[in-house]
Design a protein around this ligand. Structure first.
Ligand code: NAD
Length: 238
């Protein structure tokens, strides 16, 4: 396949690769994404998922939030797949400067990546809203009803909910990494969640690669598009 051959060459030639990914990176580890046919948005709940995982809903109806969150958004016990692993190998080899992820599952770190910028936070960090004591994801998973701290405060997962803003330092580091990279690979994201999707405009080069099963609104701006599963592509990359 011509496109894959080109991508292999670009990977070989690059010294500052940045990978920007979304939920599709972890589907091959068994964690469902949001917008595929079998994703979270096509299942039926009392409220749309965007409503339940919004800041105002969390504040008004924390018990319902935690029920949904524990069942649908707390991916524990999953393992990294070939995409996570290869990215970690590129970092170790000194040819990848950052993984920017919209995922909250911690699988890049589990695969051995250190330079991970988590735009939407992580389920692995949870803090009491009153005294700021930290708690594990297992603590949240095993709690009943509203997850509470020893002090009685609510324990809030360190994930960015709808209506909340992104961490400005993570955002700045992501912009810097994208502006400096020589190959930007974007994969497993519908590129519909903002401001994350808008980061692509900071790439000044001519090696923007999109790997996604479905089409995205940015396909026509990319230098190379592969409508493939990430695992199939990454297992063939150097
Ligand atoms: P999305 O669900 O909107 O889009 C996922 C995209 O990945 C789809 O376009 C789909 O075609 C593609 N895809 C799925 N599996 C793939 C594969 N194996 N290979 C190639 N492409 C594949 O996801 P998004 O754009 O990341 O936005 C959803 C939001 O939900 C994100 O902000 C993310 O934080 C959150 N989320 C995270 C997780 C997680 O942490 N694993 C899971 C679900 C949702």
């Amino acid at each position: 396949m011509e496109n894959l051959k080109k991508l292999k060459t670009w990977v070989q030639e690059s010294k500052r690769i940045v990978f920007f990914g979304g939920a599709g990176v972890s589907t091959e580890s068994g964690i469902p994404d949001f917008r595929s046919v079998d994703g979270l948005y096509n299942q039926k709940f009392d409220y749309p998922p965007e409503t339940i995982i919004s800041h105002s809903f969390f504040m008004k109806n924390p018990e319902y939030f935690f029920r949904f969150y524990r069942e649908k958004m707390l991916p524990l016990g999953f393992s990294p797949n070939i995409t996570h692993k290869k990215l970690a190998q590129w970092e170790e080899a000194g040819k990848l400067t950052a993984v920017i992820t919209q995922n909250i599952d911690g699988l890049h770190q589990k695969a051995g990546s250190y330079r991970v910028l988590e735009l939407h936070g992580s389920v692995l960090r949870n803090y009491c809203m009153k005294c700021h004591k930290g708690y594990s994801a297992e603590y949240v998973k095993n709690s009943q009803g509203i997850c509470r701290c020893d002090c009685g405060g609510i324990v809030k997962p360190d994930v960015v909910l709808y209506e909340e803003s992104l961490d400005s330092q993570v955002l700045e580091k992501s912009i810097y990494a994208i502006a400096q990279c020589d190959l930007l690979i974007v994969g497993g994201t519908s590129l519909t969640v903002y401001p994350a999707a808008g980061l692509l405009r900071y790439y000044p080069g001519h090696r923007l690669v999109l790997i996604n099963r479905d089409e995205t609104p940015y396909d026509n701006q990319a230098d190379l598009v592969l409508h493939e599963s990430l695992g199939k592509v990454f297992e063939q990359l150097p």
